[in-house]
Structure formats: C-alpha cells, structure tokens
Ligand binder design. Sequence first.
Ligand SMILES: *[C@@H]1O[C@H](CO)[C@@H](O)[C@H](O)[C@H]1NC(C)=O
Ligand SMILES: *[C@@H]1O[C@H](CO)[C@@H](O)[C@H](O)[C@H]1NC(C)=O
Ligand SMILES: *[C@@H]1O[C@H](CO)[C@@H](O)[C@H](O)[C@H]1NC(C)=O
Ligand SMILES: *[C@@H]1O[C@H](CO)[C@@H](O)[C@H](O)[C@H]1NC(C)=O
Ligand SMILES: *[C@@H]1O[C@H](CO)[C@@H](O)[C@H](O)[C@H]1NC(C)=O
Length: 351
Amino acid sequence: MLSHRHLKSALAVATILCIFSSAFDSRIIIEDTAFTSLLGSSPEVIELTKATSQFYHEGASYHAPTKSLWTASDMMKSGNTTVRLIHRLTHLESRKSLRIEQINHTVPNPIGAVANVRGSPLGDVLLYAAQGTLAKSPPGGVYALNPYPPYNSSLVLGSYGEYPFNSLDDIAVTSDGVIWVSDPPLGYGQGNRPIPILPNQVYAFDPATNRSRVLADGFGRPNGLAANVDDSVVYIGDTGADIGNKTIDYQGPRSAFLSNRRIFAMPQDRATAADGIKTDTRGNVWATVVGTGVVVWGSDGTLLGSIKLEGTMGNLVFGEAGQLFVLGGDRIYKIRVSTDVVGVAFEHGYK
Ligand SMILES: *[C@@H]1O[C@H](CO)[C@@H](O)[C@H](O)[C@H]1NC(C)=O
Ligand SMILES: *[C@@H]1O[C@H](CO)[C@@H](O)[C@H](O)[C@H]1NC(C)=O
Ligand SMILES: *[C@@H]1O[C@H](CO)[C@@H](O)[C@H](O)[C@H]1NC(C)=O
Ligand SMILES: *[C@@H]1O[C@H](CO)[C@@H](O)[C@H](O)[C@H]1NC(C)=O
Ligand SMILES: *[C@@H]1O[C@H](CO)[C@@H](O)[C@H](O)[C@H]1NC(C)=O
C-alpha cells in the first residue's frame, strides 16, 4: 500500500509530467519518465506532407546513403489488378524543401520494406515483402530493389519450397543479413491472392546459404517485425483480431508482441492493433497503433508513452539519429526526438 508520503511524491511526479507534456505538444503523452529522455529537450511533430490518396501506408524504409525515405501506398486499382505505388522522398528537412518522386517498379504489391544491412551478400538494396497478385508470376515473395536509378528490382525468394506464400506483409533483417518475413492471409481477403495453403507463419531466409525455414507459427495474422540491436530478440506483432472486413474479433489476438513466444505488450487502446514495429539501439520498441499513433515500450515491456496522430497509421521508420517518420495513410509525420535515439536498421545499414 502507498503511504501518504509516497502518494504525495507520486502526485508531485504526475504534476511535473503533465507540465512537461503540455510544454512539448499535447499529442505527446508521457507514461514513464524514461520517455522524456527519449524525447530530448525539444521534441517536434510535423506533418511533412499530405496527399489526396492513401499513398503513404506501408513500406517505410530509410536509405541512409541517399538520405531518402521510401514508402508504399495502400492498394490502388489499375485496370483489373491492384498495385501499390512506391514513392521516394528526399530533402526531408521540411514540408517546403520536400521532393517526392513516384518510382516505376515491377514488385507485385510491395507492402513491408527495410534497408538492407552491411553484412548481407545482397548488398546495398532495399528489401520488400511483396504480397503478390492472383497471377502465378511474378510471385509474391521477397524482392531486392536498387535504391539508385533506374531502381530495378529482382526476386530474392518466391516461395517456401513448393508452397507459394499466402501474402507476405512485413520484413526485417538481422545484422547478419538473415531476412525475416511475416505471412498473414490478408491478400486473399483483399481479393489479391488465391486461397492460402500455408499456416500464418513467420519465415527466415538466409541469402548466404539460400535456405529458408519457419521460425514461428500459431499466429492469427503475423504482421510487423523488428529485431533488437544484438539480434537476441525479434518482436512480432499479431493483428489477428482485425478480421479484415472491418470487424474486430475481441477474443482474437491483437497486437501482442511475441519474442520466443513470450508476450511482450498489448496496446491499451480499444479496438486497435499495432501494425508497424521498429526498435532503437537502446532496446526500446516503437510501434504504430491503428487509431492512436505511435506507442513506445521499454525493452522490458514497460509502457513509456505515446504520440497521438491522425490518419490510418501504417508503418514507421527511423531516419537519421533522432528522426522518426510515421506513415499515416494519406500523410507522413516527421518526429524529432533525442539524437541519442538511433534506429537499429539505420545502425546496421549502409551509410
Ligand atoms: C478485366 O476483366 C474483365 C472481366 O473478367 C475482362 O473482360 C477484361 O478483359 C479485363 N481487362 C483487363 C485489362 O485485363
Ligand atoms: C515511368 O514510366 C512511365 C511510363 O512507362 C514513363 O513515362 C516515365 O518517364 C517513367 N518515370 C521514371 C521516373 O522513370
Ligand atoms: C539492377 O541492374 C543491374 C544491372 O543489370 C544489376 O547488376 C543489379 O543486380 C540490379 N539490381 C537489382 C536489385 O536487381
Ligand atoms: C536458391 O534456391 C532455390 C530454391 O531451391 C533455387 O531455385 C535457386 O536456384 C537457388 N539460388 C541459388 C543462387 O542457388
Ligand atoms: C467478418 O468475418 C467474420 C469471420 O468470417 C464473420 O463472422 C462476420 O460476419 C464478418 N462481418 C462482416 C460485416 O462481413
């Protein structure tokens, strides 16, 4: 039980936190003092751009050598098939300086993306988890995209043995170059893929040995993925409660992050699911939660705080030190936090 004295100091702390959060930006909610040090002395949330369509939904990756942010759109109709557009954004300093370029690409329905790591035989490329289409070819799978003109791409992994993937969704790469992908059945529900013939699993593919294996099963809908800085933990989001037809199954798995099947955290906002997950080099876990914005946990699962944002919240990615980009569907937010906050993918990537 709290003594009177403890209660008083707890109230004092709570008051200080309130002052801090309102001094920053009312959208920044501090749940734990550790979050204030992550935010740094002058956190800032700006809307970098806003489009009339869902251009900035997924595929958030940052290519450090060209200081470019890459995004993938939500499904767009093109004749009888669906496509997802890839945009490349540079001059990321402000809304005014921003340059946006649509990239011609042949990756079938790219969803998740990550900049490759320095240790990988695939070299300086962006890696995509591509859902695929109803056609057999080109297959859904992992693709490498050249981040320099002419932005050509090639297939890295097109199946699990004889099985076509259900519809790959997100992708992460550990510092040793091993690629992790999540394979929920979403593409079938969206009319983009045939009936799934694999369980809803997470796969790992090692380009050095050309071997793939199943790393985790038993998911509703495995979705966002991210490894910590020493590759000892991989965080996997499960958006299984979101059936895909705008119905929430409240008994279904929802935003439970698992690492070696340990539960990590679940967002406390009702009817939401964590979609994108990224880690920083200090072990914190940053996720986009649909309907909320960004939620941050410490490596032990302590809720540190959140940043309330508008939009549909697809994915997020760290840029340069202290820079976070959040994709809100039709818009992109740029968030400045402490320069001590460095994304794991940035740390392990090409520079
Ligand atoms: C679209 O589908 C319709 C009906 O199946 C077909 O008649 C038409 O040729 C298709 N168009 C293209 C561009 O594939
Ligand atoms: C993309 O493709 C279209 C049509 O093939 C072409 O007109 C356009 O110049 C291409 N854009 C770039 C940036 O290569
Ligand atoms: C792009 O094309 C060049 C030249 O053909 C090739 O060497 C490179 O591997 C390609 N990159 C990708 C990612 O496919
Ligand atoms: C990798 O394995 C696949 C499937 O077994 C095979 O089709 C492909 O040729 C292999 N690639 C290399 C570079 O060995
Ligand atoms: C959504 O899908 C679930 C599971 O198939 C079904 O029970 C429910 O009736 C569906 N809801 C709508 C609005 O279609």
